[in-house]
Ligand binder design. Structure first.
Ligand code: HGY
Ligand code: MN
Ligand code: MN
Length: 413
């Protein structure tokens, strides 16, 4: 163990999670800290205070990504970067995303406490709106940074109450001001993101560290079914254009389309809104979302290309509009980074295993620009996107030790 890993402070890292979990804390122990909310602004302010106390440089970009930078002796060299996201699901857990930001920050502090001067700057990024539960699509901050989504188009996105993202971002930066930089600096030397696994494998196989080899591909859609509002008591079935009845038939047809006996396809309808929502009016409009994933790009394309046809065939008398919102290909991490993570975990005497990620992460947008990888730590029963999400102080610190060792090695290249 180098002196940096020895300076990872389990208690300090745990307490920072406790402090962050108060921001948007929920009764059942989870958090609701959605992107650009007052709770998100409070988290940005808190991270900024911790960073200022260490003399780190804090700055933000035009889509609200937040950066904390520890200088290197060659401060103009491309930085080694780590991080994740601070926004959460509406009924999210205390570790999803925030662990990657806090493990990265803990790594900076451990480098300080060990008196390590790295050649390259080491930078922590908190990507804006990874979850996409308030403003769609998700992984927005990293996708705009990567040039996948147009900045102006994302700034114009509205949440379900009609709030425009640009206004929410302005309010957030008013509440949590920091130096703003122009453009998006994609000149990273390398990127490693630490995250809870959000699945059951590490716990089941009694491993402490997941050496992540890649991320499965994903596609997201919105579906709008339009029928005709009518009186529930007087309108005969034969003349109805019942949007709910059609939407239910469409979802059932999509379930058949996505059926996979090998249980590899991940198909989810997470949002389903029926209007006008009055008990005695035949629904005239249903809006629902589709999220589906697969590690094989060809399967993803085949199933995704079939969605509109399946929906149209099941729509009955209603109109259906299918829109593809995101299409993220499978990510394969750089073997050099994967090997480095595995070697550092092994050198630290931590049990580890190679594994793919079922969940999406900002690393999928960074990987095309620089050698990238991820480090997983276990979460209890693999539960995530749920207030019951749980992890242990020891596992969180173990992941941070692997992270600081890998960052230190890369920052001296
Ligand atoms: O949806 C995802 O995979 C990520 O956890 N937001
Ligand atoms: Mn996450
Ligand atoms: Mn998540």
């Amino acid at each position: 163990m180098s002196h940096a890993a020895a300076r990872i402070d389990e208690t300090r890292l745990w307490q920072r999670h406790v402090d962050m979990a108060k921001l948007g804390g929920l009764a059942k122990g989870g958090v609701n800290r959605q992107a650009l909310s007052a709770e998100d602004a409070a988290a940005r302010r808190l991270l900024g205070e911790w960073a200022a106390a260490r003399g780190y440089d804090v700055f933000g970009d035009a889509i609200g990504n937040l950066y904390v930078r520890r200088p290197g002796t060659e401060n103009d060299a491309a930085p080694v970067v780590t991080g994740s996201h601070m926004d959460s699901q509406p009924t999210g857990g205390k570790y999803d995303g925030i662990y990657g930001v806090l493990a990265g920050f803990e790594a900076l502090e451990a480098l300080d406490d060990a008196g390590v001067r790295t050649k390259r700057p080491v930078q922590v990024v908190a990507w804006m709106n990874e979850e996409g539960s308030r403003f769609q699509p998700g992984a927005m901050g990293s996708a705009v940074w990567a040039g996948h989504y147009d900045l102006a188009a994302m700034l114009a996105v509205k949440d379900r109450t009609g709030v425009v993202l640009a206004d929410a971002l302005r309010d957030t930066l008013t509440a949590a001001p920091c130096r703003q930089v122009d453009g998006f600096d994609r000149g990273f030397h390398a990127y490693i993101e630490a995250h809870i696994e959000q699945g059951p494998r590490l716990e089941a196989e009694r491993k402490t560290i997941g050496v992540v080899t890649g991320i499965q591909g994903s596609q997201r859609y919105t579906v709008d079914v339009t029928g005709e509002e009518a009186h529930a008591g007087t309108t005969p079935l034969r003349v109805r254009k019942d949007a709910l009845k059609s939407a239910v038939a469409i979802v059932a047809a999509l379930e058949r389309h996505m059926h996979d006996p090998a249980d590899v396809v991940r198909f989810t309808v997470g949002r389903f809104e029926c209007k006008p929502g009055s008990p005695n009016t035949v629904p005239g409009h249903v809006h629902f979302t589709i999220d589906f994933r697969h590690p094989d790009a060809a399967v993803l394309a085949r199933l995704g290309d079939g969605i509109a046809k399946v929906a149209a065939a099941a729509a009955g008398p209603c109109k259906v509009e299918v829109a593809r919102i995101t299409d993220v290909p499978p990510t394969v991490f750089d073997p050099r980074i994967v090997d480095l993570v595995r070697a550092q975990a092994t050198a630290l005497g931590l049990s580890n295993m190679d594994m793919p990620s079922g969940a999406g992460h900002d690393a999928m947008h960074v990987a095309p620009f620089c050698p990238s990888g991820m480090i997983f730590v276990p979460c209890e029963r693999g539960v995530s996107h749920n207030e019951a999400e749980a992890a242990t102080p020891a596992d969180l610190a173990a992941g941070a030790r692997v992270l600081v060792e890998a960052l230190h090695a890369l920052a001296d290249e």
